[in-house]
Design a protein around this ligand. Sequence first.
Ligand code: PGA
Length: 262
Amino acid sequence: MRRKLVVANRKMHGSIAENAHFITGLLAGTADAGDADYAVCLPHPYHFQAQTLLSDSPIGWGGQTMSRYAYGAHTGSVSASMLLELGCQYVIIGHSERRKAGYESDAASGERFQAATEAGLIPIFCMGETLEEFESGMTVDVIIRQLNAVLKQVGVHGLAKGIIAYEPIWAIGTGKAATPEHAQCILSFLRGHVELLNEEVADKIRILYGGSVNAKNAKQLFSMPDIDGGLVGGASLNTDEFIEICRIANSLSCSTISVEQI
Ligand code: PGA
């Protein structure tokens, strides 16, 4: 059974004081919720703070992007080894806000994914369609193109070292999450696509949903069989709400375990 995973994408928010409030709150709020996994993706300057506060905890942390290069004259970039040195376990790759700004193409996302896994980081690979693409029925074409760029670079066994996040762009930051049925349909399609290449990888790989996940819709979304958790932006800025989302993931993991045990 796949463990649920809830990841906070804090984007370009926070300060040392706010992060401390968020992280210490999260530690306390999930201390008795050990059946799911949690992680926090902070802006780069704050990884040291995550390392200080989270090192002895089960909560992971990670970057929001990284360079595809190992080192060199790339002003403003950070490498996988730098994230690792600050204890990061995860890195978000291919987020639509970075794709839109022209920083991450399909091919570059594939290269980043490869650089991350080769260094030992777990990439959270984001994909998703615009509203226009959604309305013209192109969702599947877009996400398969995005996924295939990574598969071309690393193959299905390389993909298995990461996590997939389906984040329809029309749902990000809009308060209009995809319906659980739509998200399930797309995630099941993605899993099916991976299954054509390797059944075991398809069964094991965690696929998250992202886009206006909040404490009200998390239960319905995370109850779907192919939704293994969420990548949470806006709602991660409210510590109590994010803890609630983590606890929902935990309770769904518990209930699945108890059904299996019966
Ligand atoms: P949102 O952001 O939860 O605010 O929609 C999700 C994301 O961009 O990862």
